[in-house]
Design a protein around this ligand. Structure first.
Ligand code: KMH
Ligand code: ZN
Length: 277
């Protein structure tokens, strides 16, 4: 068993700055958060960006500037979200791959997303997968429901391994419309992941109150962790999250207790097939 890959997802596309003042939305806030989370033990930053009005955007110039700033100020693996918000068109989501990230997310199917629908057509998924391989970007396959793991198996069978040759999956659990954020669901996913190419790794995150059960179950099942204000805004009952650092520090603590200390960014690159800096 290796150490623990800790991804921080600091911003997301769903929360409004007006509702969550601690959410990092400017480039300066994002970079400061990323640096602090790296110092605590994060090795990947999963990035959604905002415009000057703190609304989600996939503006190409902003994405490029964000990648450059994070690379300059941190050693973290920079993973851009190709999921964006539920309102983003496919063309903008595909263009995310052109902004120069080391990794990008690739969601493996359509899912109800609260009152919205997060659309991921098969042809779009194949397009993302192919573009990432062409551009030398390592995917993180985002899984919102069990059957999406079977879709990933189909994708890899028909279209080949991703850039770098390693398969890494992130279980996003507890979304209203997706799989539940429970230990049983983590175990069910882990059984299906065993049918993916040898060496496939997974991380998991539980939305809202499923954060803790998913974190503990993932560590117990040999998985890695994603935490952050994209997924979790309440630290404990009645206690809002102060910062992303608070969530990363808690994840680091659990990883250490599990005797699987955080991987450094260099170790994470090695594990995931991301070229060294
Ligand atoms: N914001 C969600 C609609 C991803 O980053 O790839 C999609 C999402 C997944 O967050
Ligand atoms: Zn995301």
């Amino acid at each position: 068993m290796t150490g623990t890959l800790i991804t921080v997802a600091p911003t997301g596309a769903e929360s409004r700055k007006a509702d969550v003042p601690a959410l990092p939305v400017t480039l300066a806030e994002l970079v400061a958060t990323a640096k602090e989370c790296e110092a605590l033990g994060a090795s990947i930053v999963h990035v959604h960006i905002r415009d000057d009005d703190a609304r989600p955007t996939l503006n190409q110039a902003r994405l490029r500037a964000t990648v450059a700033a994070l690379r300059e100020s941190t050693g973290l693996i920079v993973q851009l979200s190709s999921g964006g918000s539920v309102h983003d068109p496919e063309s903008d989501r595909l263009a995310v791959i052109d902004a120069g990230p080391e990794m990008a997310s690739c969601t493996m199917g359509t899912v109800n997303f609260g009152d919205d629908v997060f659309m991921n057509r098969w042809e779009f998924i194949v397009g993302l997968h192919d573009r990432m391989r062409e551009r030398g970007v390592v995917p993180e396959y985002e899984i919102f429901d069990l059957g999406q793991l079977t879709s990933l198996e189909r994708l890899l069978d028909r279209h080949g391994l991703p850039f770098g040759g390693h398969v890494h999956v992130d279980l996003v659990m507890g979304v209203p419309g997706g799989m539940p954020g429970t230990a049983a669901a983590v175990v069910a996913c882990e059984r299906v992941i065993r049918d993916l190419p040898a060496g496939t790794t997974f991380s998991a995150t539980g939305i809202g109150r499923s954060t803790l059960p998913v974190m503990l179950a993932s560590l117990a099942a040999g998985g890695h962790l994603r935490v952050g204000m994209e997924d979790t805004l309440t630290y404990a009952k009645g206690r809002p999250v102060d910062s992303n650092m608070q969530l990363v520090a808690r994840a680091v603590g659990f990883a250490q207790l599990a005797q699987r200390p955080p991987l450094t960014p260099a170790q994470a690159r090695d594990l995931l097939g991301v070229p060294p800096r």
